[in-house]
Design a protein around this ligand. Structure first.
Ligand code: NAD
Length: 336
């Protein structure tokens, strides 16, 4: 059993904790308590041990006992997943992971240099084998890599132009916006293109982005210049065969991010999550060697799968395909 500690029990962390608890080869040692809130009550209800990040006064007042402090959590773990807000992962690396010589997995809010490798399981699992520090890239970058990688392998990519239409905030978030504007990113390329190249260095990509008033999902519009001729049917077949990519259909009345989220709930997914990247069947067009497609990204859940595979890669499990299959099976992703 791989013993895993989780630091930062928020949007991503609470999902990763549940996913770890579902793996047959992993044990969740516990999660950190940073500030008392309803999420901590749920962690307690699930029987997760809670380790104090700071003082636990608010926790004990509310009848949540600490199982120790963060140092105890690290001592009991083989690897730690850091799901804290951006920049804190790097601070934690200096403060805890390096001195304690513990392997750590970071999230996409950290800069690439926090880790030995930026990671998307189906693209570069082998590069992360036995590494001490792995960075799971952001939700958008994960989505771009999952569909661009098979295109690059099968057709070769000359260049990619992609526009990210980004959700304003996560659904629970009452602080961020916009609530009535479209806000373009006025620095080009947006950070997504260079971030894709941390995983797929030979893909020539330029990205633009904007934020819009929705919380459900991100949407990407991609134009890919392929090296070989293609047609829409072949591309669809390729996406259908690609793990962690789901082809959704206007014909089934899945016409929007709202309907994808409802679809995920109807599938009975925990929290109504959709970790697969959803590509629209009717949104694929090919003109000569130019491919156009649209995909939707559930920002809260796609990276959860990568965190689980990153744990196996970091601890020396060599078979990438097997790891991906085990993760998919435990989380009922892609036909399981
Ligand atoms: P979040 O704010 O929902 O959760 C962060 C958690 O960390 C909170 O529970 C908070 O209490 C805790 N925390 C804050 N400071 C801490 C500290 N010093 N020590 C320990 N815990 C602390 O954030 P999130 O959305 O889950 O994002 C976490 C990381 O995942 C970021 O790098 C982010 O960029 C990345 N990410 C977020 C999304 C998304 O859509 N939310 C998607 C992909 C990747």
């Amino acid at each position: 059993m791989i013993k895993v500690g989780l630091i930062g029990y928020g949007t991503i962390g609470k999902r990763v904790a549940d996913a770890i608890a579902l793996q047959k080869d992993m044990e969740l040692v516990g999660v950190t308590g940073h500030s008392y809130n309803y999420k901590m009550e749920i962690a307690k209800k699930k029987g997760f041990k809670i380790f104090a990040m700071d003082d636990m006064e608010d926790f004990t007042k509310n009848d949540i006992k600490s199982a120790g402090d963060v140092n105890n959590l690290l001592e009991e773990s083989d690897v730690v997943i850091d799901c804290t807000p951006k920049k804190i992962g790097k601070e934690n690396k200096e403060k805890y992971y390096l001195p304690k010589k513990i392997k750590a997995i970071f999230q996409g809010g950290e800069k690439p240099d926090v880790a030995d490798v930026s990671f998307v399981a189906q693209c570069n699992y082998d590069k992360a084998l036995n590494k001490d520090f792995i960075r799971v890239v952001s939700c958008n970058t994960t989505g771009l890599c999952r569909t661009l990688h098979p295109l690059n392998v099968n057709y070769g990519i000359d260049s990619v132009h992609a526009t990210m239409v980004r959700r304003a905030a996560d659904p629970w978030d009452i602080y961020h916006g916009p609530i009535n504007a479209v806000v373009p990113v006025l620095e080009l390329p947006s950070h997504h293109g260079p971030d894709v190249q941390t995983v797929l260095p030979d893909v020539n990509i330029f990205t633009t982005a904007m934020s819009v008033p929705t919380t459900l999902m991100h949407m990407h519009s991609l134009i890919v210049d392929l090296k070989k001729d293609a047609n829409a049917e072949e591309i669809l077949d390729l996406f259908r065969k690609t793990t962690r990519v789901k082809v959704v259909r206007n014909a089934e009345k899945v016409r929007s991010t709202a309907e994808i989220m409802e679809f995920a709930k109807d599938l009975g997914r925990l929290r109504g999550d959709m970790p697969e990247i959803c590509v629209w069947e009717e949104g694929i067009g090919v003109k000569d060697k130019k491919l156009f497609y649209l995909q939707a990204i559930h920002q809260e859940s796609d990276v959860v799968l990568e965190n689980i595979d990153a744990i196996r890669a970091a601890t020396g499990f060599e078979d990438a395909e097997k790891s991906i299959e085990m993760t998919n099976k435990a989380l009922e992703v892609n036909g399981f």
